[in-house]
Ligand binder design. Structure first.
Ligand code: SAM
Length: 293
């Protein structure tokens, strides 16, 4: 049976991403570094001017982008916002969040497409030289190809003194360890470019690029994955699809291989088991906050 990679099915992606987020356990609902750190590392660094240009790659439902823009609007009067997001469902939610101050002071251009389509379209239109003061790539760099060139392209798109904000999992993340174990189990059947990009790879690319300075802020989220162990749980099956990035993951393996993967998911490498039996997966991620030298 050939594998159906989650990111090629935006509607299913959206459903399974929602199920994963609904399973967050005792942690913030967004991948946010908090007011104080964002003020110091982003808002205070941005150029002092009337308006800013922002770009979101894989913004999803846009909740975090809205939080970020609200903070930036304490410094500037207006934001020209560009959103590149392939999921129609996510874009609809994002649009509904732009109310009040955000609808008065933010103008948004919507591109319901992938980063690769956006890049290709810009490169084929010779007059498009627009650059941005703030670019946000929150847990979406994984989908931009694995040859590393997307980092250089994103830096090209940054205005001087602009900030590139990347959120990405680090190598110690239980989520990444489980994802890699699943990929390993597929063997050559797995020929997708999404292979679980992590902080260490991004940092290597940034050092090699040489045009930027960056800071890394460590964070942690917890996901209650108990439903993944319940037979016939539709929620559990959607969460597993997200954790492996394969549509209908449970039917892609023999019973034995599936069982050994589930055993690994609840092992201390990935998760902790609470005294009431719930299984909590550790997602360790970093915000990499990058400025152009
Ligand atoms: C893990 S979600 C993160 C969403 C959002 N940034 C957040 O903080 O909740 C990744 C997002 O990337 C989007 N995505 C998937 N493939 C993409 C691609 N090739 N280019 C741009 N975005 C993509 C998905 O639709 C999804 O909204």
């Amino acid at each position: 049976m050939s594998l159906r990679y989650l990111q090629n099915f935006p509607s299913h992606y959206w459903k399974s991403y929602r199920s994963m987020r609904d399973s967050f356990y005792e942690c913030p609902l967004e991948y946010d570094i908090g007011d104080e750190a964002f003020q110091k590392m982003v808002v205070d660094v941005l150029p002092k001017q009337e308006s800013l240009k922002a770009l979101g790659i894989g913004s999803g439902q846009g909740k975090l982008d809205c939080i970020h823009m609200g903070r930036m609007l304490t410094r500037v009067s207006r934001i020209d916002n560009t959103v590149v997001e392939p999921s129609l469902e996510a874009v609809e939610v994002y649009k509904s969040l732009l109310s009040g101050d955000l609808s008065d002071r933010v103008t948004t251009s919507w591109y319901q497409e992938t980063f690769q389509q956006y890049q290709k379209r810009r490169e084929s239109s010779t007059g498009d030289t627009e650059k941005f003061h703030f670019i946000s790539v929150v847990h979406s760099l994984y989908y931009t190809g694995n040859d590393g060139s997307s980092i250089g392209y994103l830096i090209d798109l940054l205005e001087e003194n602009g900030v590139l904000f990347i959120a990405i999992q680090n190598d110690e993340s239980g989520f990444i360890k489980f994802f890699r174990k699943a990929v390993e189990s597929y063997g050559p059947r797995y020929n997708n470019t999404t292979r679980g990009y992590t902080t260490s790879q991004v940092v290597k690319l940034l050092n090699a690029d040489g045009r930027v300075n960056y800071n890394v802020v460590k964070n942690r989220h917890k996901i209650d994955v108990t439903a993944c162990f319940e037979a016939d749980s539709s929620k559990g099956s959607l969460v597993l699809d997200f954790l492996t990035h394969v549509v209908d993951f449970t039917s892609t393996f023999s019973k034995n291989v599936l069982q050994s993967l589930l055993d690994y998911l609840k092992s201390p490498d990935c998760s902790e088991i609470l005294s009431d039996g719930r299984i909590i997966l550790h997602l360790k991620w970093d915000a990499i906050i990058i400025t152009k030298k």
